[in-house]
Ligand binder design. Structure first.
Ligand code: FAD
Length: 481
């Protein structure tokens, strides 16, 4: 049994259960120093957006409270991870630093720097696989390329068998007294002037406990109808686990095993559970794409798109960001995003399609907006999904599939409840018209209190014209191949 302290460097697994680095450090029996390094200086890391910064602050507070309930604490420091961890190891006379891997090139480069710095002062390191169901290096083909098509990828992941069973929370953590720590407030992660986070506070409860409760509740209720209703933004039919997974407040192994257990207990749920797990599979696929393409957020996976004639249109981009495009389902989604830091998956697809196809605005501008405003903004799923919609990605939607925002609204928000919630100026229009107010008669508009072009904008671009223009741009790209 070792009595020298071990430092556990918390990175993106902001939880105590199923935390391989923490569990192994606790087993060693000596003091465990739980640390979080807020690193804005290592150039390899993509700076967080506003909404994820807010989430991180709440998640760190929750983690600290949980550690304190075990008699421990969280030591928060700021600076380049290699320097700060080197200093902390020297200060605590730690024998080793343990952490969970983040299987991405930037975070791995930072971890390599940490390893080198600690090596110079004879401090050991141990790294544990964590944020994925399968090591992405294992899924590369003989040619060294990673997966490009989802269905065979997911079949292969499932064929590898269940991931390791989740580890328990350590029962006891021996702390090391007297270590200085920053307060979460001192990191300046949350908005103050103005404080725009009220909607986020109302919509979310960050932290590992809330994540477990959400998973349990979802498996007890909505999962049965998930396959049928997951595309409906007017119903709470999905798990809403994405920001929790993003910050590792819950591990994909925990989600996998809890879902499989629920399916064994109640076989009638199996269909919904398989569908749900395949969506978790899309997260996995996106992160494998990122692992193999570190510049996923900036480079077209299909190089033919490098010549795409994107249009720089700041006014149209700003109207899209504010939810003022004149397409109700699109505006509802963008306002939901601004208010709550999230948007339903189906609506994300429609909103993204309008930007890159009807407005011909580069998908990277949309990706950056989502990166800044989503609480689940994920370095893999966000760019992979944008490239999927744009048609430039792996296993992407074909470019010629241009969503019709009116039909999407009518199909997935049949009573218009979602639009009416987020675009209240249209709330008095009857259901079919709420998705296309320009089709209403003047009297119907007057009765609903809608003045098109004044209380609510006319469409930024006509659907038919937008579609034809997009297809023409795409055809030019094909002929220049
Ligand atoms: P559920 O339907 O309950 O699914 C369970 C989990 O599976 C999710 O929590 C998520 O981790 C994963 N998942 C579900 N759908 C997808 C998907 N299509 N791609 C990857 N993972 C998925 N998801 C993010 O987590 N972060 C992002 O930054 C992100 N950006 C997106 C951008 C665009 C343009 C689009 C079209 C989709 C994006 N998604 C992103 C995927 C998806 O919209 C969200 O994961 C989903 O809406 C989260 O809701 P949920 O947790 O209720 O999902």
């Amino acid at each position: 049994m070792s009595s020298s302290p071990i430092i556990v460097w918390f990175r993106e697994s902001l939880r105590l259960s199923d935390h391989p680095a923490l569990y192994t450090a606790a087993q060693a029996g000596g003091p465990v120093v739980c640390s979080y390094i807020y690193d804005q200086e290592s150039p390899e890391l993509r700076p967080l957006g506003g909404a994820t910064r807010w989430w991180l602050a709440q998640s760190l507070r929750a983690l600290r409270a949980e550690l304190q309930s075990l008699g421990s604490d969280l030591v928060i420091r700021r600076g380049p991870a290699a320097k700060v961890l080197g200093d902390l190891a020297a200060e605590t006379k730690a024998a080793a630093v343990y952490w969970n891997d983040v299987a991405q090139s930037g975070p791995r480069a930072v971890a390599d720097g940490v390893e080198a710095a600690l090596g110079r002062i004879d401090v050991k390191t141990r790294v544990f696989a964590d944020d994925l169901l399968v090591d992405p290096a294992e899924m590369r083909g003989k040619d060294g390329r990673g997966p490009r098509v989802f269905t065979p990828f997911w079949k292969r992941v499932l064929a590898l068998g269940a991931p390791p069973k989740p580890l328990p929370t350590p029962v006891r953590l021996t702390p090391l007294a007297g270590l200085a720590s920053l307060a979460v407030d001192e990191l300046g992660l949350e908005p103050t002037k103005p404080d725009w986070a009220g909607g986020l506070r109302d919509a979310w409860r960050p932290g590992a406990r809330a994540a477990q409760q959400r998973l349990t509740q979802f498996l007890e209720t909505a999962v049965g109808s998930y396959a049928a209703e997951r595309d409906r933004p007017d119903i709470e039919a999905t798990s809403r686990l994405s920001p929790h997974l993003r910050f590792g407040e819950i591990s994909p192994r925990q989600v996998f095993h809890a879902a499989r257990f629920a399916a064994e207990e109640r076989p009638a749920l199996a269909k919904g559970i398989d569908k749900f797990l395949s969506e978790v599979g899309w997260r996995e696929f996106s992160r494998h794409l990122l692992f193999n393409n570190p510049d996923l957020a900036t480079r077209n996976l299909q190089p033919s798109f490098d010549a795409f004639p994107w249009i720089q249109n700041d006014a149209a981009l700003a109207a899209w960001q504010r939810g003022q495009t004149g397409y109700p389902i699109v505006d509802a989604g963008l306002r939901e995003l601004w208010h709550t830091g999230s948007m339903h998956n189906r609506v994300r697809m429609v909103v993204a399609s309008l930007l890159v196809k009807h407005l011909l605005i580069d998908w990277r501008q949309g990706e950056q907006w989502f990166w800044d405003t989503l609480v689940d903004a994920d370095p893999g799923s966000n760019p992979a999904s944008w490239q999927w919609v744009a048609g430039s990605g792996a296993d992407a939607a074909p470019y010629f599939r241009v969503f019709n925002p009116v039909l999407q609204g009518e199909k997935f928000d049949p009573q218009g409840a979602y639009v009416k919630r987020w675009v209240p100026e249209l709330a008095r229009l009857p259901a079919p018209l709420v998705h296309q107010p320009w089709a209403a008669k003047p009297l119907e508009l007057a009765e609903a209190g809608v003045a098109l072009g004044r209380s609510y904008p006319a469409p930024a671009v006509d659907h038919k014209l937008g579609r034809e223009r997009a297809l023409a741009a795409y055809a030019r790209l094909r002929t220049s191949d």
